[in-house]
Ligand binder design. Sequence first.
Ligand code: IPM
Ligand code: MG
Length: 371
Amino acid sequence: MELKIALLSGDGIGPEVTQQAVKVLDAIAEKHGHTFTFTKADVGAIAIEKTGNPLPNETLEICKNSDAILFGAIGDPKYDNNPDNAIRPEQGLLKLRKNLGLFANIRPLTTYPTLIHKSNLKKDVIKGTDFVIYRELTSGIYFGEHTSSSDGKTASDSCTYTTEQIDRISHLAFKAAQVRRKKLTLVDKANALETSRLWRKRVTEIGQQYPDIKLEYLFVDNAAMQLILKPTQFDVILTENLFGDILSDEASVIAGSIGLLASASIGEKTALFEPIHGSYPDAKGKNIANPLASVLSAAMLLDYFSLHDEAEDIRIAVEKSIELNISTPDLNSTNHFSTTNVGNFLSDFILDDENTFYNKNNIDLGQSTII
Ligand code: IPM
Ligand code: MG
């Protein structure tokens, strides 16, 4: 298969981690006889510095003319600490999502047996957790009217949802539940918000078309608690934009590191694949950031094009790296490996998994992984 992939590395650790995902995709292409071509484009703070625009037109055009987008990270503390900035890096990502109609953000969460002890949560609580969050991505409070009064004393962000916006992601979430454990939990705040009541009404109606799916409802405050109290109860979580943003960061604690969580954003035009983590500015350029979320996002990209064996190759390599403790400091505080070395291990493993090419002694010493 030939795939044109737009490479939007973005800010902070984005370039370091996406570089490993590209390395891994190159290995997959070589092994399975595919042709993946990458076109780099600027987005976020780096794009503001170069062009004054967090999403230059050229970047948008490259994305629209690609089959998929591999996205790194966005954000720079320079902008976070100055709320008066009218132009902010994150606008690049939000505009991209809106322009491409990427209304469904899919964030899977699984636990790796060898990492269970890394989580701050108890082993017995998280063992066997396996769910996916379907987060609505192009509407709600993020995209409502934002105002601030001229005296600087009042501000507002409005939250609007239409039935059409609710329906399209709900169908995707129900379909996902059908090929999983057949349970869907709608997370809302229907005891306080009109938009949430609309979500509940529509999702209940849509649920009648999926009689095989057990539909449950949770208020978001309770959901936040249930996620860490009994995460194994969830299969598919369906929720609106802001709740999904918050709950997915919370859920990453179950996995042991936010550096493990990948996502796919799909909708009307080119699909986008990105880690759920941010730009981690303190780690920028240090070669310590965990590339696995980016690499696993690349696996989701392959799944999207029905290259399931290829995606599985990536997941097996990732599991092997975790099992052998070939991990960055977030997962391995003593013998840790660099971002680049983790990427090298994964791509070498994909190309040569028949052979025991990695040097166990070197691994134990925390040195190079590959002979
Ligand atoms: C995410 C991020 C973004 C969001 C930011 C960078 C705008 O936190 O993808 O979860 O809030 O959607
Ligand atoms: Mg977020």
